[in-house]
Design a protein around this ligand. Structure first.
Ligand code: AMP
Ligand code: MG
Length: 422
């Protein structure tokens, strides 16, 4: 930044501050400062999708429980397979899934078998029905079969006593199915994180109310509600709070009394921070940062009574960016899991992007997959931090690093697809 003329720096004080905090340092500091909730609850597995396991899961069963056929075909004894020429085997019965063939199978005999049916005793090999010739009650097999083929062995997926999942695992649809396959009906999961939020600002009106002169509708609470809903926390919406010290103090106390996390929007920018700072000085330990990023420069983080507190800027785009960059991973950790890694891709940028060195930027773009499998990205219109349409039209951030001084059309940029934040 030192190469910028002094006057230029001064005129852009709101955008650049040499004492700004590095966004990654802030992110790491937040992540290191928060701890998971400990309480757990027991839920039916269908209610546990997306929840975090509190106790390890081990299997009481072999999966599959029996050695069974992977194909529709004929169960044979490996010792009957011809090493050259062909071999005739007599079909002595049928094994269905759930209805095993109970008799014994001796030399040059076989059993018609369906996928999933238990292998008859003495049989160790299945020949696909497409690979045999059927003549009356006999099949003719060739010399191309391998002993042991097309059979799933008991316990080959999971053996009895195997550790299946460790605590901290976020349960996916496949996990829920796997639990069911083990006969597990209930699991112990970390209780839901309680997140309270409110908006601050004399200019804010809640939807459903008429707009008075100079008022705007509060959109941040709805954006926050939506982002928190996608993570799966218990949401406590405390509404709009006027810019009055006693009301803000009351709102913080009320939030801290019922939530693990408090998120506010507005009231952390230079003009407003002092008043919120004073209020919070009595209630907890809070740092007010200027982060070297755009959008979303002002950010407060700390503790209000026993709750973690995130004070996000008021601008609608800044709320979303700071939530995704600073709050979301911290919430994932507080929920008892491991913050998910976010997808980062290289894309060729169709527009020129303007930027000044000295801060990271999260511009908004719409990426698409090209015919050759590579990606390209187009910026979504005006990038002001109050222009929510730039987020709404976007499907990714275009991340521009600290040192970048802008991007020429056609250059490669790093994109962060929103799908991996959801
Ligand atoms: P602040 O950080 O409080 O100075 O607010 C910055 C800008 O964001 C101002 O233009 C506010 O009117 C706007 N803003 C603050 N809170 C909200 C909100 N909840 N919904 C929509 N816009 C907001
Ligand atoms: Mg405000």
């Amino acid at each position: 930044m030192s190469k910028e003329p002094i006057q230029y720096q001064a005129s852009c004080m709101d955008d650049y501050d040499p004492s700004s905090m590095d966004a990654q340092v802030a992110q790491q500091h937040i992540l290191d400062s928060v701890y998971p909730v400990q309480e757990s609850e027991t839920l039916a597995i269908r209610d546990a999708l997306g929840r975090i396991l509190a106790s390890p899961i081990t299997s009481d069963l072999d999966v599959p429980g029996h050695t069974n056929s992977a194909m529709d075909g004929y169960a044979v004894r490996g010792t009957d397979l011809p090493s050259d020429a062909t071999q005739r085997l007599k079909v002595i019965g049928t094994a269905f899934a759930g209805r095993p063939f109970a008799n014994s199978v001796t030399k040059h005999e076989c059993v018609r078998i369906m996928t999933g049916a238990v292998m008859p005793t003495a049989c160790d090999t299945v020949i696909m029905q497409e690979h045999v010739q059927l003549e009356a009650d006999e099949i003719i097999i060739d010399d191309q079969q391998q002993a042991g083929q097309n059979v799933r062995l008991a316990g080959e997926d999971i053996a009895k006593g195997d550790s299946v999942f460790q605590p901290g695992r976020r349960l996916s649809p496949a996990d829920i199915g796997l639990l069911a396959s083990l006969g597990i009906a209930k699991v112990s999961v970390i209780r839901k994180l309680k997140v309270a939020f409110f908006s601050t600002g004399d200019e804010l009106t809640s939807i459903g109310q008429p707009l008075a002169s100079g008022q705007i509708y509060d959109s941040n609470r709805y954006t926050l509600w939506s982002m928190l809903s996608e993570i799966g926390v218990e949401i406590i919406d405390l509404g709009v709070v006027r810019d009055a010290p006693e009301l803000v103090e009351q709102a913080f106390k009320n939030a801290a009394a019922q939530a693990d996390v408090i998120i506010t929007s507005g009231g952390v920018s230079v003009g407003e921070a002092d008043f919120v700072k004073e209020t919070l000085a009595n209630l907890g330990q809070v740092n007010f940062w200027k982060v070297a990023m755009k959008p979303g420069r002002p950010l407060a983080f700390g503790q209000v009574e026993q709750a973690y507190f995130f004070g996000l800027p008021g601008n609608p785009v800044s709320v979303m960016v700071t939530f995704y960059i600073f709050v979301q991973a911290a919430i994932e950790k507080m929920m008892g899991g491991t913050p998910r890694s976010r997808l980062r891709l290289q894309a060729s940028c169709k527009n020129q992007l303007r930027k000044r060195a000295g801060r990271v930027e999260y511009q908004r773009g719409m990426f698409e997959v090209n015919a050759d499998g590579s990606y390209s990205v187009t910026k979504t219109g005006a990038q002001g931090s109050g222009i929510l349409r730039s987020m709404s039209d976007a499907n990714c951030f275009i991340f521009l690093p600290m040192e970048s001084e802008g991007v020429a059309a056609g250059a490669m940029v790093e994109i962060w697809p929103f799908d991996s934040f959801r």
